[in-house]
Structures are given as C-alpha cells and as structure tokens.
Design a protein around this ligand. Sequence first.
Ligand code: HEM
Length: 293
Amino acid sequence: MSEVRQRPVQQPSSASKEQEQDRDRDREHNKIDSEEEEKQKPKKQHSRTKRYYDEDDARISLLDIVRVVVTLVLAFCGMSYYMTSRESFLWGYRPWFTRWPLVVQYFRGPINLTPEQLALYNGTDPSLPIYLAINGTIFDVSANRGMYGPGGSYNFFTGRDATRAFVTGCFQEDLTPDLDGAEELFIPVDDEDDEEERKLSSRDRKLRRERELRLAKAKVRETVAHWVNFYRDHKKYFEVGKVITPAKNDNASESESKPKPTKRPLCEAAQRNRPKRKDLKKEEAERKGKKSN
Ligand code: HEM
C-alpha cells in the first residue's frame, strides 16, 4: 500500500489574509461591473439594430428605383404631350399595335384584289377603307380622308393602280398602271436648228438614243420606287396587299388577232416638262467651265 503523504495545511498569515480580502473585493467589484454590463446589454443591442436600420435606409431599395423610373416616364410623356400640342405622349412615335386598322390588317393578313374589287375602295362608301395602289401594291390611305376621300385633291389616285400618273404627273390621262412609254418624260427633246445635232452621224445618234433610253427607264423605276417607299414608310398609311389580274378566259387565237396596243403618248403637260437638249448642253458647259476655273 502506498502511503499518501498529506501536505501540511498552511495556516494563512495576516498578509495573505489581506491579499485574500483584496481579491474578494475585486471579485465583488467585477461581479457588480458584469451585472451593470448585463443591465446595459439590451440597450447596446438596441443601438446596434438601430444602426443596421440606418444602414438599410442609406441603401437604395427596389421601390426607390421603381419610383424614380415611374417619375421619369411620366415626365417624359408629359413633356411630349405638351410639346406636341396634345398629339402624342411618345414624341410622335406610334407603335403599330396602337393603330387599330393596322392591328386588324395584321391579323387579317395580306389581301388580293382585282382592279374591279379595288375600285370599290375609292372613298365613296364610308363603311369601306380608302385604298390606292402603286406598282401592284395596295396601300390603305384612310387616315387622310381629307386628301384622298371624295372631293379631296388626290382622290383620283384611289380605288385603282395609277402608277403611270405618279411618274408623269398626268392626273387625268394617265390613271393606269401601264408604264410603257413613260420613260419618254426623261429623254431630252432635240433642238431642230442645232448645228451640232445635224453633224451627228446616224450611228452616234442611235447610240446616244440607246444610252438615254436606258437612263430614262432607270429614272422611271426610281420614281416608282420613291412613291412606293413614300406609302410604305408613311406613319399613317400601311400596306394591305396586291392587285391581281384574273386569268383571262379568251382563247389564244382571239388574243393573237388583237392588235398590239400602241405606246401611250405623254400628255401635253408632261411633254412640256421634258428636258431640252439645248439646256442640258448649256448646263454641262457651265459645269465644265466651273471645273476648269
Ligand atoms: C408628278 C407630279 C406629282 C405627283 C405624282 C404628286 C403626288 C402627290 C401625292 C401622292 C401627294 C399626297 C401626299 C400624302 O399622302 O401626304 C401630294 C400632295 C401634294 N401635292 Fe403633289 N404631286 C405632283 C405634283 C404636284 C405639283 C406640280 C404640285 C403643285 C402645284 C403639287 C402639290 C401638292 C400639294 C399642295 C400637296 C399636299 C396636298 C394637301 O395637303 O392637301 N403636287 N402630291
């Protein structure tokens, strides 16, 4: 058996007693301090959450962004309404889906009309839209009844394909899609008493005529394209469909016997508007003179 040695219990001296008392006092103080701290704890916690709230307030919330965006949009639309004299909230821009006839047209799809069917859409029947055609494409121009409706200055264009009149400006004579011979409008008129002209060989004259014809035909195409684009890009008009020519029943022998239609002559006003070779030469000479100076 091992012998357990017991340490002799030291009797506290008076100095160590004092130390012990000091420690007890410290412990007591610390206890009070920690109690004080405990008491103050909820207060501290509260102030910390408050700080969190403040930080949250400083951050931009989604609602703030929505508020700013809505205010800006309203200001934008309001300004537009005021500046465009109450005409538009979007500075004149009108999305296609806000235009009813266009929406209806979108769902209906393109329509094909014969010239006879197209004739009904000339504005005389107020229940029908107003259509005009150019180069076989039909456009709805009902948005401008004042100009295209009955009594309007350009009513003659409606209910038909009057492409030729768009080129020549012969508003009574040329209300037809037939462009044959319309290029004459752009071919210069020869001056009879021009010495230079008389000196030209027939070959040179032929070559010049061919060149001028080519240019004139290109100008006709350009003019037609200009008007087609005018209606296609117009903010009030829109494309509706095509003009179709119904299949003819007459047999081949009958059509063979028919005389070939002669070229439609230019109307008087268009003839007068043709360029004069004399003037063209003068212009060219002036241009050359300017270049050499
Ligand atoms: C080849 C000759 C011409 C063609 C093809 C032509 C065609 C047209 C077309 C299609 C419009 C309607 C535009 C729209 O829908 O907004 C128009 C408008 C107009 N054109 Fe011409 N035009 C020609 C010559 C002239 C001439 C020579 C004059 C002047 C005497 C003229 C005066 C006008 C006027 C004043 C308007 C506006 C009409 C209105 O607001 O009621 N045009 N033109």
